[in-house]
Each structure stands twice: as structure tokens, then as C-alpha cells.
Ligand binder design. Structure first.
Ligand code: ACM
Ligand code: ZN
Length: 518
């Protein structure tokens, strides 16, 4: 048996073992992929690179899917054909796993069932040094993801260097303390570092989607530029998790200018086709109190503040379209019959559970939809909430008949409670194994028992890359362990600052009342 994750589309294997010592890589393969494979062989397998060794020969062969490849392994040689350099890179990932197992005469043909397989890292809550971000990219490359979504800004930290708004990374990238104690937390990426990151991903055939969350989750920006908020308030970079009451004002011209300027800077660095504008969890509390927002609503003749947010998103999406790019945003409630609905070319990303009627309606309305089903693909959640088997068995959408209508799949690693790469690895593995198989091999191929048979080999395989996968009792916990795992996570309720927000809101209302009386 050969144990490849994600499962390949077709595998024929003969009971004929192959014995080799040295390996030579030949044929049509990019210098980067060749070096990758040679380094892997030399450092992580028992074989040597030897010009007289067993030949792995690469070639290009036409196929409609750029990621398609085939591998034919005989006693004499391994021949690999792929539709493109990208396909060769994916094949190399499979070959790495093959070379760490007993070798047999075999034939593989493979291609992804889904062309959008994304992994999201939130570097806003906790800053991850750029080297750690690259390590995470290495991991997702091994498991054939092809998009890296980097959530660059949050209430708790702004990580993107802006030359136009320097305060964002002087002040906005620092919080005085965190969920984990009275320790400062800070950091940002220079534009130069981000360009390098994009290049790093591209070499691995991973496209990058940068996200600037707007208008909500922006306390770090409001703290630097109070004029972005509805009442020009002096605010602080948030210390703790939770949905905040203050968001960017949708009535002031400055907000629109600020966001467009940031998009301009972003597009210079992130050269791929998608820009993510967030849009999640934007409470309308301030907007409904704000003269600027109310005036804007009246001018636009909209019915409510939710529609104002759709207007705001469409405005940004139009701007992004002018720059030749496409917009992704988190789903916001709307009705197709509303005065205003999201532009048809905006890709909508859902994170609710897929039994959700709204989700199915949007999928059926022929919009492009990404599923990040939070009952399986939200791997920030502890194993007590999302076990390995949940990640494997969670459907992107309820009812496989709709699966073909999905534009893409994305797993999200939020970091409110994932403070560094060690915890990130713990949360990722083994769930990323399961998710990669759903995303690459497709929902129809799901076979949990077979997956479990392949798991121990993959645990050993990632150990070569510094990942220690937790044991079964942790990733598929019993009831007691589940309870404690949830309890650990839910201690966050004690620090979400709800009381602080309620008092702050009350005081603001009083202040407005007094001002109106004058
Ligand atoms: C989200 O989970 N707020 C996108
Ligand atoms: Zn406002």
C-alpha cells in the first residue's frame, strides 16, 4: 500500500518492489522545482543524488487542467508528465511522499477536483515573523494548496506597512497586552518583506490574497487616525478578542480616500488577481448614531445601514475592478430583492455552517462562493470543537449536488488563541491532512477509514519538517477531553471586554445627548 495525502485520482500499483540507491533528476523541470526535490532527497530520504542513479524524468504533456500530472514508476525509471510547471510542482509533492515509503511499480494520474484551495492565516491578532509565515507556506505547499490568504489587519494589530499612513505601523501594530497576559505584542511587515513573500509563494505555485478588513475589525487603524471613526474618537488598539462597536465611518469622504489609498499600495505588492476587503462582523451601532452615516444613507436613498455596508463594499470592489483585480468579501446578510446587493462579480466567502439556507440561496443565485464551513474548516478552534473527523467529514455545502457550484474552499487559521507558530502547527496538523484531501481530491472521494490508514505515515512525513502531530486522544478527543478543550478556549469570554464596550457606548450616547441639547 502506498499512502498519499491528499488521495490521488487514480493509482495502479503492482506487487513488485523497487530497490534503488542514488537518484538523478532529468528533463523538463524548472530550476526551482528541481532544487526542491534534490534538497528533499538529499536531506530527508535515504537516497543520494547521483548522476548515475535511478532516473526521474520530467516532461510536459498537454492537459486542460494546469495542475494535472501523471507518474509512471518502473524498475528502470520514474517518468513524470504534467500539464505545466505548476503540475510538475504538484507532482513533486507526491514524489516526496512516495520516496519516503517502500517503492513499487506504479502508475498515478492526478488532478485537483477543485481549482481554489485556500489557506488563511490571521497575522492581525498575533504577529507572525515573516520566516514563520514562510514555514506555514511550506506546509501548505506540501499538501497542494494553491492560495494563501493573509489576513493583514485586525482590531488587535495592523501589519501592512503603508508609506502613505505611517502611523499604522508606528502605533497601529502594537497592543499593550493580550489574552495571554500583560505582555506587549507588536510587529509589522515591510512592503519589501511582503514582496518577497509573494515571490516565495509564487515559486510554490501559490497565489496570494491579501486582506484588509473594512469597515469593521479596524480598531488598530482608528487608533492611529481617529478621523476614520464616526465621532473622531480617541481609541486604542484592542487588547482582546471580540466584535468591537467602533468601525470606520461610512459617511466621511476620508474613509473612502483612506481605503482607496491602502488598496493602491496593496495592489503594488500583491500582484495576483484577488483582493479581500473583509467586511465581516461590522456592527452598525455607531453608524446609526452618526450624522455623517445618516446623511450618506439619505443621499443614497437606502433603506438601512446594512445596505450602506453593501454600498461601501461595492464602491471598493468597483475601485479594485478599475485596477484590474477581483474582490472577495465575507458574507453579509442581504436579500436579492434589496435596493442594493453585492456586485455580481464579488466573490462571497461564507463561514457559517452549510445547513444555512442563506448560503444555499446565494450559491443558487449563481454568484461565486467560497466555503469556509466553520464546523470543519475553522482550525483556530480547539479539537474539542472541531475534531479531525469533523474536519474530514464536513461538507463544503449541504447536498453534494451543489458542490460543483462552489467556486472554492478555504480553511482559516484565526489566531486569537494561536499566539505563535508552535501553536499554529498544533492546530494545523493533523486537520490540514484531512482538509487538503477534501479540497484536492473532492468531496465525492471522501473515505475516512482509508484516510486513517494513511495518517501514521503522514505523521512521520511531516515530522521531517519539524511538525509534531498531537496524539489521537487530542485530535479526536473523548467527551471529557472535549469538555476541557472547550473550557480552555471559552475562558476568552472572561476577557472579551463586553462590559467595557457597553459602558463606553453608554457614555458616548450621553455625550451626544448633551451636545444635541446645546
Ligand atoms: C469571521 O469569522 N469573522 C470571518
Ligand atoms: Zn459614521
Amino acid at each position: 500500500m502506498i499512502k498519499i495525502i491528499p488521495e490521488v485520482k487514480k493509482l495502479e500499483i503492482e506487487n513488485k518492489e523497487i530497490y534503488i540507491e542514488g537518484i538523478v533528476i532529468l528533463g523538463d523541470i524548472s530550476a526551482f522545482s528541481k532544487k526542491e526535490l534534490e534538497n528533499f532527497i538529499a536531506k530527508k530520504t535515504k537516497y543520494k543524488i547521483d548522476s548515475n542513479g535511478y532516473q526521474i524524468i520530467f516532461g510536459i504533456k498537454g492537459n486542460a487542467n494546469a495542475e494535472w500530472y501523471q507518474i509512471e514508476m518502473t524498475e528502470n525509471q520514474m517518468s513524470v508528465f504534467a500539464a505545466s510547471e505548476e503540475g510538475i510542482f504538484r507532482a513533486v509533492q507526491t514524489i516526496k511522499q512516495i520516496l519516503c515509503q517502500k517503492l513499487y511499480v506504479l502508475k498515478i494520474e492526478d488532478e485537483p477536483a477543485n481549482n481554489f484551495r485556500a489557506f488563511m492565516l490571521d497575522v492581525g491578532r498575533y504577529f507572525y515573523p515573516i520566516e514563520d509565515v514562510k514555514t506555514i507556506v511550506d506546509y501548505i505547499a506540501l499538501y497542494k494548496f494553491n492560495y494563501f490568504h493573509i489576513h493583514l489587519t485586525e482590531d488587535q494589530g495592523w501589519r501592512f506597512e503603508s508609506k502613505l499612513y505611517p502611523k499604522l505601523t508606528i502605533k497601529g501594530c502594537k497592543r499593550s497586552h493580550t489574552n495571554f497576559g500583560f505582555k506587549k505584542e507588536e510587529g509589522f511587515y515591510t512592503q519589501e518583506q511582503l514582496k518577497e513573500l509573494v515571490d516565495y509563494c509564487h515559486k510554490r505555485y501559490i497565489k496570494v490574497i491579501p486582506e484588509i478588513d473594512m469597515p469593521g475589525h479596524t480598531m488598530s487603524a482608528l487608533a492611529c487616525y481617529p478621523e476614520l471613526s464616526c465621532f473622531d474618537r480617541k481609541l486604542k488598539v484592542s487588547t482582546h478578542w471580540g466584535i468591537k462597536f467602533d468601525i470606520m465611518c461610512a459617511g466621511k469622504d476620508f474613509t473612502y480616500k483612506f481605503c482607496k489609498d491602502i488598496i493602491d499600495e496593496l495592489c503594488e505588492i500583491f500582484t495576483d488577481e484577488y483582493i479581500h476587503i473583509g467586511g465581516d462582523e461590522a456592527l452598525k451601532l455607531r453608524w446609526s448614531m452618526c450624522e455623517h452615516c445618516k446623511k450618506k444613507l439619505a443621499e443614497l436613498e437606502l433603506d438601512n445601514m446594512e445596505q450602506l455596508q453593501i454600498y461601501f463594499a461595492n464602491y471598493m470592489a468597483d475601485y479594485i475592478a478599475q485596477k484590474g483585480k477581483k474582490t472577495i468579501m465575507w458574507y453579509n446578510k442581504y436579500n436579492e430583492k434589496d435596493k442594493i446587493v453585492p456586485n455580481k462579480d464579488i466573490i462571497v466567502q461564507f463561514w457559517g455552517t452549510r445547513k444555512d439556507k442563506e448560503f444555499c440561496k446565494v450559491v443558487e443565485s449563481d454568484r461565486k462562493v467560497i466555503t469556509s464551513n466553520s464546523s470543519g474548516y475553522y482550525i483556530d478552534l480547539p479539537y474539542g470543537y472541531i475534531t479531525l473527523s469533523d474536519s474530514y467529514n464536513t461538507q463544503g455545502i449541504t447536498g453534494l449536488e451543489n458542490a460543483g457550484k462552489l467556486f472554492g474552499y478555504e480553511t482559516c487559521l484565526w489566531t486569537e488563541y494561536v499566539k505563535d507558530i508552535e501553536k499554529a502547527k498544533f492546530n494545523m496538523f493533523p486537520r490540514v491532512f484531512a482538509i487538503s484531501e477534501i479540497f484536492w481530491s473532492g468531496e465525492g472521494k471522501r473515505d475516512y477509514n482509508k484516510f486513517l490508514e494513511k495518517l501514521p505515515f503522514n505523521v512521520d512525513f511531516v515530522a521531517k519538517f519539524g511538525v509534531k502531530v498531537p496524539r489521537k486522544g487530542i485530535y479526536n478527543p473523548n467527551k471529557i477531553r472535549k469538555f476541557f478543550s472547550k473550557l480552555w478556549f471559552e475562558k476568552r469570554q472572561l476577557v472579551w471586554q463586553g462590559l467595557y464596550l457597553t459602558v463606553d457606548n453608554f457614555l458616548l450616547k450621553q455625550k451626544i445627548k448633551r451636545k444635541n441639547k446645546k
